[in-house]
Structure formats: structure tokens, C-alpha cells
Design a protein around this ligand. Structure first.
Ligand SMILES: NC(=O)c1ccc[n+]([C@@H]2O[C@H](COP(=O)([O-])OP(=O)(O)OC[C@H]3O[C@@H](n4cnc5c(N)ncnc54)[C@H](O)[C@@H]3O)[C@@H](O)[C@H]2O)c1
Length: 440
């Protein structure tokens, strides 16, 4: 059993904290957001993540899991301080390290015993050294025994608990092997392959992994667009490619492009780092451009299918979160599409099982509906933006009867095009050879 403090109670910090508690450690989860901590103390989750609430309850009851806004309290007995605060995009695409700096300074201010500082936030290469400098400067004469370890997180929202408990790998980077080994000990019950590197290499593994996954998605989307023009079906192309063991099936689903809290900012930050250090990240630039175009392409397609203009047309959006099983809307393709549609004069309404509250905070005047049928009512076009389970088997007869113009844009290649066309819909999927077969 170890004493752990986790700084930041977002998607990564909270999951990390509760999972370490569930493994038998004593964990203090700390956040500067008082409302968040008050809610957590009352058993109210700040995020939607399947299975999270139950584990929180179990570990609070077992007095292994505590929530606080007080750094002194959280770090009093801590052997490990995990930093899991946000690292959003700065103005030039660089990672904004303001929150990491604040956390490092606070640790330096209050700690009075030896500690391993573990950075779980996704941070530019060299940040571990920078955190060390911050602490050294802040402490001045008042020296502290501390070690910095990079421990990038690879969990996916929507399956975060599973991903934390059964990771493909644990990556640890440090200039102090013993500190890295000590952190490896915390993960030992998971029996996951563990890679120990130097600090900078671990930091780069995270960026390179996310950039590679984003590249695969942009790659298949580019192929999808070519398929559309040539009458091939990208779903079967991806299947045929994926059967090759050197390629595999993962991240080869054509759609509206990647979004979320990580890929967009991480690809940007990696490109920024590359330029800053004199290299020319042409592939990363192309990956980002393809992604931007993917949203524009469906709007263009819809415009063509409803007669050449979206002015005063009603468009329904099914799904707002960037992917299913999360309420996270950061860089969600749905939001970008809503923005583009409204710019062209369309009236937009939407529904999402979990993400409407978050969406209302940033697009307060968006018409939010109670269910998919309210979205479809009188619509000239319906766009499937997020692959939630509840959108898989809708009553399409009913939808056909209530839409003003029965145009479906299947942004996730989820629906059965043939049966929908038989019902009378004009159907457009991504890379299904629509251009040729639908004559659109
Ligand atoms: N969300 C993911 O799926 C995911 C996956 C892997 C890695 N990451 C990385 O993990 C990091 C955290 O991401 P997230 O999605 O959990 O962020 P988040 O925005 O959901 O949560 C960050 C939390 O940190 C808190 N915070 C900010 N400054 C603080 C401070 N000085 N002290 C204490 N708390 C502070 C905020 O109030 C917030 O609750 C980012 O670097 C991200 O790139 C995220």
C-alpha cells in the first residue's frame, strides 16, 4: 500500500486516483475546482465515464479515497504526486503548461519530505526537466529530495477504467531508475508490459502514439474520399487492408475525422515542437488538413443534396460528444459541423444521450431535443455525428414520415444504406462509393 496524491480530477486524474485506490492504495484526489471537489465528496461525478461512480463509492466507503482542494492535506503523507492537469492548446498550437507549472509550484511550496513527482499530463518533450527546474528554483536553499518521472496516460474516454486496469503497456521515463522502478511497483498488480526509458523518450512516446493513430484515421478518410469518386467501398477496403497482420484493423474506420481532448491538441503540439526545433512536419500538417476537410466535405455534400443551399434549411444532428460513451465535447466533429451549417444559414437542432449539458454551456442558443425523433421532425437533413448505441436501430419508417426532406448523412457508416434507400431516403455514407451509386 502506498500513499498517493493525484492532482487534477478530470478524465485522467480521477480515473487514475480511483483505480489506484481500488488497487489498495490510499489516494488523495486534489483539484482547484471547489465545485468539483464538493460534488465528488457528495458522490456526484464531474464527468460521465461508465463504471466510475461505483468504484468511487466503493473506495470512499473503504476510506482509501479522499477528495480535497488543499495541497497541504493532499501531500501530507504522499510518496507519489501524480500531475494530471489539463494541457490545452496555446495560441500557436503549443501545449499550454500553465496548469502544470501551477501544480509543480504548489508541490514545491508545501512538501516537506522526499517525493516522486509523476507527470501523467501529456506534455512537450523536455517538460520533466522544466518541472525539476521549477521545483529547484522555488525551493532555493530549502532543498528537497524529489524525483521526476514521466508516465504518459493512454486511456480512452468511454473505456477509461478498463484501459487503466488493463493497459497495453505502462511507459515510465526518468533520469532516476529507482524512482521509475518505484512507480512501476504501483502498476505491478496490473501485470502489464512495462517500458522504462529516459524522461524525454517517454514524453515523446505519448505524442508519437497519438499522432500515429490520428494519421491512420486521416489516411483512411483520404482513401474514403477517393472511394466515393471511384465507386469503391472504403469499409471493405479497410477490412481487406486490416486482415494484413502488418496493418491490423484498429483506427481504420472512415468517418467525420478525429476529435476529442487529445488528438487535435497533441498533433498540433507535436507539429509545433517540430517546427520550433527546425524540422518540417509535413505529414502532421497533412494529417490535420485532411481532418479539417472531412467536416467541410459532409456539409458540402448535404448542401448539394438539399438543392445547393443550406439557407433556412433545418438540419438535425445525432450525437454531440466526440465519440460514444463520454460527455466530452472538446474538438468534437459535431460541433464543428454545427458551426459550418449555421454559417451557411441553416437552422440546427441536436440530441445527445450525455453531452447536451456541456454543449449548452458553449452553444447556449443551440436547439436541443429530447430524442432523435424530435431532431428528425421537419428536418431537411439528418447527420449521424456520434456512434452512440441508441442511434443504431432507429425507427426509420417513422423518421421518413416526419422529415421534411428525407436526406441522411451517415457520418459514421453505421446504418444500412440499402434498406434506407428502399425506404425512400437519400443516403450518403463516408467512402461508400456514394458519388457513383447514388448519382449524387
Ligand atoms: N482525456 C483523455 O482521454 C486523456 C487521455 C490521455 C492523456 N490525457 C492527458 O491528461 C491530461 C489531463 O487531461 P483530462 O482530460 O483529464 O483534463 P480535464 O480538463 O478533464 O481535467 C483537468 C483537471 O485539472 C484541474 N486542475 C487544473 N489546474 C490544477 C492545479 N493547479 N491543481 C489542481 N488541479 C488543477 C482542473 O480543474 C480539472 O479538473 C492532459 O494533458 C491530457 O492531454 C487525457
Amino acid at each position: 500500500m502506498s500513499n498517493i496524491c493525484v492532482i487534477g480530477t478530470g478524465y485522467v486524474g480521477l480515473v487514475t486516483g480511483v483505480c489506484f485506490a481500488d488497487l489498495g492504495n490510499s489516494v488523495h484526489c486534489l483539484d482547484i475546482n471547489e465545485h468539483r471537489i464538493k460534488n465528488l465528496k457528495n458522490g456526484v461525478m464531474p464527468i460521465y465515464e461508465p463504471g466510475l461512480e461505483e468504484i468511487v463509492e466503493r473506495n470512499v466507503a473503504a476510506t482509501r479515497l479522499f477528495f480535497t482542494t488543499d495541497y497541504t492535506e493532499a501531500l501530507a503523507d504522499a510518496e507519489f504526486a501524480f500531475i494530471a492537469v489539463g494541457t490545452p492548446s496555446g495560441v500557436d498550437g503549443e501545449a499550454d503548461l500553465t496548469y502544470v507549472r501551477d501544480a509543480a509550484e504548489k508541490i514545491a511550496e508545501v512538501i516537506d519530505h522526499a517525493i516522486v513527482i509523476v507527470n501523467k499530463s501529456t506534455v512537450p518533450v523536455g517538460t520533466g526537466d522544466w518541472v525539476s527546474d521549477i521545483i529547484r528554483k522555488k525551493r532555493g536553499e530549502n532543498e528537497l529530495e524529489y524525483y521526476v518521472v514521466s508516465n504518459p496516460e493512454f486511456l480512452r474516454e468511454g473505456s477509461a477504467i478498463h484501459d487503466f486496469m488493463q493497459p497495453d503497456r505502462v511507459v515510465l521515463g526518468s533520469m532516476h531508475r529507482q524512482a521509475a522502478d518505484a512507480v512501476a511497483g504501483l502498476y505491478q498488480p496490473l501485470r502489464a508490459p512495462t517500458l522504462i526509458t529516459d524522461l524525454r523518450t517517454a514524453e515523446m512516446i505519448k505524442y508519437a502514439s497519438n499522432a500515429f493513430l490520428a494519421t491512420r484515421i486521416s489516411f483512411i478518410n483520404e482513401i474514403a474520399n477517393v472511394c466515393d469518386e471511384l465507386g469503391a467501398d472504403v469499409r471493405e477496403v479497410a477490412q481487406g487492408m486490416g486482415l494484413d497482420k502488418r496493418i491490423g484493423h484498429a483506427f481504420l474506420e472512415a468517418g467525420l475525422g478525429w476529435g476529442g481532448s487529445c488528438f487535435p491538441k497533441d498533433v498540433k503540439a507535436l507539429a509545433h515542437m517540430a517546427v520550433l526545433h527546425g524540422t518540417h512536419p509535413q505529414l502532421l500538417q497533412a494529417v490535420m488538413e485532411i481532418n479539417r476537410n472531412q467536416r467541410r466535405r459532409v456539409v458540402m455534400k448535404l448542401r448539394n443534396l438539399v438543392g445547393g443551399s443550406l439557407i433556412d434549411k433545418t438540419v438535425g444532428i445525432l450525437g454531440l460528444s466526440f465519440k460514444p460513451d463520454t460527455d466530452d465535447i472538446r474538438e468534437s466533429p459535431a460541433l464543428e459541423i454545427i458551426h459550418l451549417l449555421r454559417n451557411e444559414g441553416a437552422r440546427v437542432k441536436a440530441y445527445d444521450p450525455q453531452a447536451m449539458e456541456n454543449t449548452a454551456k458553449i452553444i447556449p442558443d443551440l436547439e436541443l431535443c429530447k430524442n432523435p425523433y424530435e431532431v428528425a421532425q421537419d428536418a431537411d437533413g439528418l447527420i449521424l455525428a456520434t456512434k452512440w448505441n441508441e442511434f443504431k436501430q432507429l425507427d426509420f419508417k417513422r423518421i421518413y414520415s416526419i422529415m421534411h426532406t428525407p436526406v441522411l448523412i451517415d457520418g459514421r457508416n453505421e446504418w444500412d444504406s440499402q434498406s434506407l434507400r428502399e425506404l425512400g431516403f437519400t443516403y450518403f455514407g463516408i467512402g461508400q462509393g456514394n458519388h457513383v451509386s447514388a448519382g449524387a
